[in-house]
Design a protein around this ligand. Structure first.
Ligand SMILES: Cc1cc2nc3c(=O)[nH]c(=O)nc-3n(C[C@H](O)[C@H](O)[C@H](O)COP(=O)(O)OP(=O)(O)OC[C@H]3O[C@@H](n4cnc5c(N)ncnc54)[C@H](O)[C@@H]3O)c2cc1C
Length: 382
């Protein structure tokens, strides 16, 4: 058994980002993953602009043909439509398999020791057990996803969440009709449409219903069903959940949890990948400084804003009347929506939303701006 500096359990986006970042800092690293590349997964496949920037810093290359830029977010709620653009740069729509292939290529080029088809089955103090033998390292990062076996093996499982939401996704062969990620709001569920190629869109649906898998959910979104009517479905349904997972702590001894393994609230804001990349940078900084508790502090800081935004959207999502008013208010206040989006993409500070804009938005929500036919297009906000 050879002792290496870093062992990463889970070679998804979070684990590979950690490994590539570690190699950029000259840390020796092995990645083990139960599956073999390219790995697919249920995901909305929209990478927010800050995630794009981090991916580029890692040196991961995706050609224009591998991805599709999106310029912002559009909410559709009945006849109401509100949209806003990112302030400086686009996000990327990219199929998970394509993203995974690109990250694996980069990891190989960086000299990461990649072991596919190796499943972690046990853990104690820096030693990971697998059927292929034990792996020991000075530090272990568990990036083994939402249901994280490592989190359980290390005794870091948090209390189960009361509300259980699930996600499903499929792809359709059709030219994207929007340069935004579209979010269709419906009672008890939302559909996300992400352009992922010049002839393909991904549709992810989030809801409380684990069984809403086999395409029937599209009936709940008539406008969307009409859009993709006749288009060939080019991927099989993939699901994930329950989405909400808690970790009691993200560090213990020589182990750190990164990505979904460290706890997850919901996919409603579509930023799990970006958050995982921020965490990957933070954990490597902490390992380099020999100060893992520093990662725990950074983890809290990184999640503060996404958790607040996610909590807000989940609260709105559960209340259809309020949701309709909020979407209508955003449609009527496009510049405020753009400021929220800039904050969400970590391109502006929360204070930049401004008390005046917030007050106007709230007044409209309370008054209930007419919803029918509202439409907004926000200017980018620097
Ligand atoms: C429906 C849905 C829509 C989403 N939409 C978006 C979106 O639009 N944008 C966005 O940024 N995020 C989105 N997310 C969130 C995003 O998919 C996740 O945050 C992201 O995949 C987290 O990556 P990860 O590497 O932590 O986990 P994963 O991608 O799950 O990778 C975990 C890896 O660990 C491996 N593994 C598991 N157990 C073991 C074991 N015992 N031993 C070895 N290996 C193991 C698995 O094989 C896997 O490769 C969405 C999520 C869902 C469910």
């Amino acid at each position: 058994m050879k002792t290496r500096e870093l062992l990463v359990v889970g070679g998804g986006p979070a684990g590979l980002a950690v490994a590539i970042r570690a190699r950029q800092r000259d840390v020796s690293v092995t990645v083990i993953d139960a599956r073999k590349p390219p790995i697919d997964k249920a995901c909305g496949e929209g990478l927010m602009p800050d995630g794009v920037a981090l991916l580029q810093e890692l040196g991961v290359e995706l050609t224009a043909g591998d991805r599709r830029d999106f310029v912002g977010i559009r909410y559709l709620d009945g006849a109401t439509r509100a949209e806003a653009r990112f302030p400086t740069r686009p996000g990327w729509g990219v199929r998970r398999r394509t993203l995974h292939q690109a990250m694996v290529r980069r990891a190989e080029d960086c000299g990461v020791d990649l072991r596919w088809g190796v499943t972690a089955t046990g853990y104690r103090d820096g030693v990971v057990e697998t059927r292929e033998g034990s792996f020991e390292a000075r530090y272990v990062v568990a990036a083994d996803g939402l249901r994280s076996p490592m989190r359980r093996l290390a005794g870091l499982e948090g209390a189960p969440a009361k509300r259980r939401r699930f996600g499903h996704r499929r792809h359709y062969r059709i030219a994207p009709w929007s340069e935004h990620v579209e979010v269709y709001w419906q009672e008890g569920c939302e559909a996300y449409v992400t352009p992922v190629a010049e002839d393909q869109v991904g549709i992810a649906v989030l809801s409380d219903d684990p069984g809403r898998a086999e395409g029937s959910w599209l009936d709940l979104f008539p406008a969307l069903a009409e859009r993709v009517a006749g288009a060939e479905c080019v991927s099989r349904n993939r699901g994930a959940g329950p989405l909400r997972q808690r970790a009691s702590r993200v560090c213990s001894g020589r182990l750190a949890l990164v990505g979904d393994a460290g706890g997850y609230l919901d996919a409603i804001t579509g930023e799990g990948l970006s958050v995982a990349f921020h965490q990957a940078f933070a954990v490597v900084d902490a390992i380099e400084a020999n100060d893992l508790p520093r990662y725990a502090r950074e983890h809290r800081r990184i999640l503060r804003l996404p958790d607040a935004m996610t909590g807000l959207l989940l609260a709105i999502e559960r209340r259809p009347r309020l949701r309709r008013r909020v979407v209508a208010a955003l449609a009527a206040e496009p510049d405020v929506f753009a400021r929220f989006l800039a904050v969400h993409a970590r391109e502006a500070a929360p204070m930049s939303i401004g008390a005046g804009g917030l007050a106007r938005l709230l007044r409209r929500v309370i008054a209930g701006t007419p919803a029918s036919g509202s439409r907004s297009v926000a200017r980018p906000v620097a």
